[in-house]
Design a protein around this ligand. Structure first.
Ligand SMILES: C[C@@](CO)(OP(=O)(O)O)[C@H](O)COP(=O)(O)OP(=O)(O)OC[C@H]1O[C@@H](n2ccc(N)nc2=O)[C@H](O)[C@@H]1O
Ligand SMILES: Nc1ncnc2c1ncn2[C@@H]1O[C@H](COP(=O)(O)OP(=O)(O)O)[C@@H](O)[C@H]1O
Length: 289
C-alpha cells in the first residue's frame, strides 16, 4: 500500500451565476448555478497510519481540528468503508480565504475523500463518494464530480459543461461571510424563475452575456459593506459578480494581460489575484466512475 501523498490540490470554485429558485421542506434552498473550477488551490499532505487515528497535524486559525471538514471527511470515509484500523495524518496548507464563497473547505473535504479512498484502497466509486460528500456540505459533490457543471437541487444534481478558458481577477474584500447568515436573511428572494440548460447561452459564452445573477449578492452586499465596495470597484472593468454567499468578487477576461492590468489598479486594502479557468479537477483521474 502506498503510504503517503503530498501537495494534493483542492482547487477553488466560482459560481458564474447563482439563482435561488425555492426552498425544501427542511429549510435548505433550491439553487441553479454554474460551477467553474479555478487553478488556485489549497494543498494537502496525507500520510497513512495503521492505528485508526485521524489527525490534522497543523494549526488552521479559526478551525479547531475536530470541526475541520478534512477530519470529518476522513472519519466519514473510514466508517463508510468499514476500515477502522486505517487512519491518516493530514496537513492542510490554506491558500483560499474562509467564508470567501470559493468553496475552500468543501474542496479540502473532497480532496480528502479522493486521496484517502485511493491510499486506503477503499474502492468507492464516484457516485458513492459524492453521496458521502453531500453529508459534509452542498458544494462537496461538485468537487468530486470533477468537471465544470450546471447544478440544481442544493448543488448535487450535476451536468458537465465546457466553459470558456478565461482569466479571472478575484478580490478578497477582507471579510468572512457565513453562508447560513445569507440564506436565513428575510431579504433574500427565493423565487427566481427556473431555467433549463437550453435557456442560457452556451457555457463558453456565458461570461460575455448578461444572463444570470447571484441572488445572494444583494443580501451579502447590504450586510457586509466591503463586499458592496469591491463589486462597485470591479464593475468599472467588466461584468463583476460575487461568488457563492461571498465575500469574494470576480470579473473575467479573455487575455492574461488584461487581468494583469486590473490587478495593478486594485486598492492595497484588498487582497487580489488572478486565476485561470480549469476544465477538469486535477485529481479526477484518482476516482473510478
Ligand atoms: C452558497 C454556495 C454556492 O455554491 O457556496 P459557498 O458560498 O458556501 O461557497 C453553497 O450552496 C453553499 O454550500 P455549503 O458551503 O456546502 O453550505 P453548507 O455549509 O452546507 O450550509 C451552511 C448553511 O447554509 C444554509 N444553506 C446552504 C445551502 C443551501 N442550498 N441552502 C441553505 O439554506 C443552511 O442553513 C446550511 O446549514
Ligand atoms: N478545511 C477547512 N477549510 C476552511 N474552512 C473550513 C474547513 N473546515 C471547516 N471549515 C469551516 O467552514 C467555513 C466555510 O469555509 P469555506 O468553505 O472556506 O467558505 P465558503 O463556504 O464561503 O466557500 C469556515 O468559516 C470554517 O468555519
Amino acid at each position: 500500500m502506498q503510504a503517503s501523498l503530498s501537495n494534493c490540490p483542492a482547487p477553488a470554485k466560482l459560481n458564474l451565476f447563482l439563482h435561488v429558485t425555492g426552498r425544501r421542506a427542511d429549510g435548505y434552498h433550491l439553487l441553479q448555478t454554474v460551477f467553474q473550477l479555478l487553478d488556485r488551490s489549497d494543498t494537502l499532505d496525507f500520510s497513512v497510519r495503521d492505528d485508526g487515528r485521524i489527525r490534522r497535524t497543523n494549526d488552521v486559525p479559526g478551525v479547531p481540528e475536530e470541526t475541520d471538514l478534512v477530519v470529518r471527511a476522513a472519519r466519514l470515509l473510514q466508517t463508510a468503508a468499514g476500515k477502522p484500523h486505517l487512519g491518516a495524518d493530514i496537513t492542510v496548507h490554506k491558500q483560499l480565504p474562509m467564508g470567501g464563497g470559493l468553496g475552500g473547505g468543501s474542496s479540502d473535504a473532497a480532496t480528502t475523500l479522493t486521496v484517502l479512498n485511493h491510499l486506503w484502497q477503499t474502492g468507492l466509486n464516484r457516485t458513492q463518494l459524492m453521496a458521502l460528500g453531500l453529508q459534509l456540505g452542498a458544494d462537496v459533490p461538485f468537487f468530486l464530480f470533477g468537471r465544470n457543471a450546471f447544478a440544481e437541487g442544493v448543488g448535487e444534481d450535476l451536468i458537465a459543461l465546457e466553459t470558456a478558458n478565461r482569466w479571472f481577477v478575484v478580490i478578497e474584500p477582507g471579510v468572512s461571510v457565513p453562508t447560513a447568515i445569507i440564506f436565513s436573511s428575510e431579504e433574500l428572494t427565493r423565487d427566481t424563475k427556473v431555467v433549463r440548460i437550453t435557456d442560457f447561452p452556451e457555457a463558453h459564452n456565458l461570461l460575455d452575456s448578461d444572463f444570470g445573477k447571484n441572488d445572494l449578492e444583494v443580501v451579502a452586499a447590504k450586510q457586509f459593506p466591503p463586499v458592496a465596495e469591491a463589486i462597485k470597484w470591479l464593475k468599472t472593468y467588466g461584468n463583476a459578480r460575487m461568488t457563492g454567499s461571498g465575500a469574494c468578487v470576480f470579473c473575467s477576461f479573455e487575455h492574461e494581460h488584461q487581468a494583469d492590468e486590473v490587478l495593478k489598479q486594485v486598492p492595497s486594502k484588498w487582497i487580489a489575484w488572478k486565476a485561470k479557468a480549469m476544465q477538469e479537477h486535477p485529481l479526477a483521474h484518482l476516482i473510478s466512475s
